[in-house]
Design a binder for this molecule. Sequence first.
Ligand code: GDD
Ligand code: MG
Length: 516
Amino acid sequence: MHLIEVLELDAGSGIPLETVGSAYTPQGSEQGDESSLDDSDYDDLFSDEDEDMRDLESDTDPEDDESVLDGVPPEVTIPQAQLDSILGQMAVIVPCKGEDPNTIEGVLSGIPRGCLIVLVSNSEGRAYRKEVMMLRKFCRHARPALAIHQSDAAAAAAFNMYGLPDLVTHVAGGSHKRIRNGKGEGMMLGIALVAALCPQRRYVAFVDADITVPGAVNEYCRAFAAGFALNPNPGTETMVRLRWASKPKVRNGEIDYTCEGRSSQVVNRWLNKLLSAMADADPTGSLAAARDSEIIVTGNAGEHAMTMDLALSLRLANGYAIEPFHFVELLDQLAPQNVNAAAAAAAHAGYNAGRVPNLQPVTIMQIRTRNPHFHRVTDDSHVRSMWASGLGSIYHHLPASLNNSTTQTPSPPSSAAFSSSSSKSFARGEKLRGDILDFLADNHEEHDNSKGELVHEPPRPRIYPPVRQLDLDGFREMVRSEHKTLYCLNLPHFKLPRPNTIAPVYHHQYGVTPPL
Ligand code: GDD
Ligand code: MG
């Protein structure tokens, strides 16, 4: 799980999957020497005055190059046809809440045509109508899309009845139910909708609706596809997380192309501490490389994508905790030897409910993109609550390998060694939790709320069971027949009984059927 970098936004088509100086070819065979440049070729490029540059060259040891990943070629061009094929199987979920429809339209314009657009809105009612009008206009040239509102009573009833009641709440002062507020909840609605209505979409991606540079959105989607194409462990479930080249801020009238967002700085640091504690507690040593590392650089990656099977299998967290909690959940899954202990701890702490033990191995690809990430400016308190949610994911949900002590869980009979290592791991977990509290105390601010959320402990995120728990057939039929806010555009395979559907024009105009 290292960082992959986008070298060229468009490296052309038809270029073979091999690179200068790389030993990689798609067939896995060694690349011939003739096509590589050797050191003497570089010498010709520098005049005598360029000694500094030459020193730089000779200092670079390929072994030290962190961009060289196990099983991933150092540099590679992914053929356009392969990207298109993956994009054609991808649904891109755009959670929105109160953005100007023109901004959302800009985001949609960056999503490659093969992708299914899924707009999940939590805007107020009249704004949703405008969003749908924008979407219908945007999709007038046969673009397939879905839109739904998070307050849809039928979707809430379907979650309630068919397996995910936790996602649903009563509307304050009303008799009906709705899906809870929150970005994470909106994303879960999007996942369920795609899985139920368009089951052939194998990949699901998430892009915020407030990005103001459509070209960046286009790069993100293509980077997702590239990540899936590059998975060094084909056949494993995959998650692709993006790290932006920069997240610019305007300071004193100038754009400051700062690299890391304010929340990411905090959350990445603590996720790496978590990983380090897990490496210390890991008797197999397989996590040794993660000790004191900065491997995780995408803790808050709002822009990420997953194989659909993975999206259905993970427990997911509410609101803005959703992205940091991915790591916590996946790290928890890293400890199969502790599954029984975890089950016992679950009974004790009420934590691991719904956890799918022994999730198959997951490959996480972190990719640094090229475009600067411009989006709606948020204030300091929003950023603080965002990193606090990230810390809450760690603090309240330590992975099983750091969360068991001999006092909490029975150790196997006559296993003193296990017992002692288990209590050491527990102590490491407790130390981490204590350090988080110290960090909060050091970063205390006057206006932190008096409910004690950020003052004493970070907030406890709500953790939802995997979407897979939902009976998708039941969910689909209930949403289809009783929906209030669902729009299906240009999806001839899925017809709604009531007028929200607009006539499918795709087949009519193009004589072909779009992918489901
Ligand atoms: N459907 C829905 N429901 N969407 C929501 C909700 C909700 O309750 N709340 C927020 N959104 C949408 C917003 O409209 C926006 O498109 C997106 O989720 C992100 O929300 P922002 O409020 O813009 O978040 P941010 O910019 O501070 O943070 C983003 O970047 C972080 C990394 O820096 C988010 O993507 C975070 O999740 C991410 O960690
Ligand atoms: Mg934003």
